[in-house]
Design a protein around this ligand. Structure first.
Ligand code: HEM
Length: 270
């Protein structure tokens, strides 16, 4: 991006990048002489060249509204897509829970099966939200997060030296039986407000935590609710494989090696 183009931008923001972990997970800063650009890991596309300055161990860059758009949405596609897939799978596996979700959705839409979903409808989908949270506990879209230590860190008397890459396995964290009794049980009611009292805020972190947590989490649940409500309004779901038959893969997002096989049947035959 040239200086002229920068001047044309309607919105300019300065973001902070750490040298080894660029702003998007898996993306990196490419250096070619004095030129630097940001490369996304997944599609290897090169974002427009940005002006990157270095200060101490951090890079700063001026970015545009276009870049924010790409950055914001590129973070949210896979995570939300697999979040929806796992939620469909969970509903298909636990018919009692699916019936409760359908009852809630039916109570909102009544006999109108085609009315578009409104923001008010989404607010009423309270049980659905518990299901989505429990889905993210057992099947976190982002199964781990990583950080480079920029200074020594003392963890329970063990010093992790500066420069270490630390990986937090969200997938395992969410299975801590001291926090989540009977952790493998899919139980959305764990997330009823009264059942969350006293739970450590970092015991459940599907959207990470701290200053670099997910800025799209509310939007993600909106997308998920719209998709799921649309599906359960029209279909009954059955999952064809039990959990012990799945081969879980921890890539950038959590996947099942052979996919998630489901059967869908129309609720009201025409
Ligand atoms: C179920 C869906 C989603 C999950 C589970 C999820 C999870 C996460 C996690 C764990 C991080 C932190 C990564 C890290 O610390 O290394 C993150 C960051 C981020 N997410 Fe999401 N995300 C979801 C959906 C979305 C959506 C829909 C958007 C935008 C439309 C979005 C935008 C972002 C952005 C921009 C960041 C980086 C924030 C920063 O670095 O300061 N995410 N997400």
């Amino acid at each position: 991006m040239t200086g002229d183009q920068e001047a044309d931008c309607t919105c300019m923001v300065v973001i902070q990048l750490s040298p080894s972990s660029a702003p998007m997970r898996g993306s990196r800063i490419l250096e070619d002489g004095n030129k630097k650009a940001i490369q996304c890991a997944r599609k290897k596309e090169l974002l427009p060249e940005v002006t990157i300055k270095q200060e101490n161990q951090f890079y700063f860059c001026v970015i545009t509204d276009l870049y924010i758009y790409i950055y914001y949405f590129s973070q949210g596609h896979d995570t939300t897509a697999v979040g929806i897939s796992w939620a469909i799978y969970a509903l298909g596996l636990y018919p009692d829970i699916q019936v409760k979700v359908q009852e809630e959705v039916d109570s909102i839409f009544g006999d109108d099966h085609d009315r578009p979903i409104t923001a008010d409808d989404l607010k009423q989908m309270k049980y659905m939200e518990l299901v989505l949270k429990e889905t993210q506990r057992l099947f976190p879209s982002a199964p781990f997060i990583a950080r480079d230590l920029v200074e020594n860190l003392n963890v329970n008397g063990y010093v992790l030296p500066k420069g270490t890459t630390c990986i937090i396995l969200t997938y395992m964290l969410h299975r801590n039986e001291e926090v989540f009794a009977n952790p493998e049980k899919f139980d959305p009611e764990r997330f009823l407000p009264e059942n969350c009292v006293g739970r450590h805020p970092y015991a459940y972190t599907p959207f990470s935590a701290g200053p670099r947590n997910c800025i799209g989490q509310k939007f993600a649940f909106i997308e998920e609710k719209v998709m799921l409500a649309t599906i359960v309004r029209h279909f009954n779901i059955t999952s064809l494989d039990q959990r012990d038959k799945l081969e879980i893969k921890m890539e950038m997002v959590l996947r099942s090696k052979n996919g998630l096989r489901i059967r869908m049947e129309e609720r009201r035959k025409k």
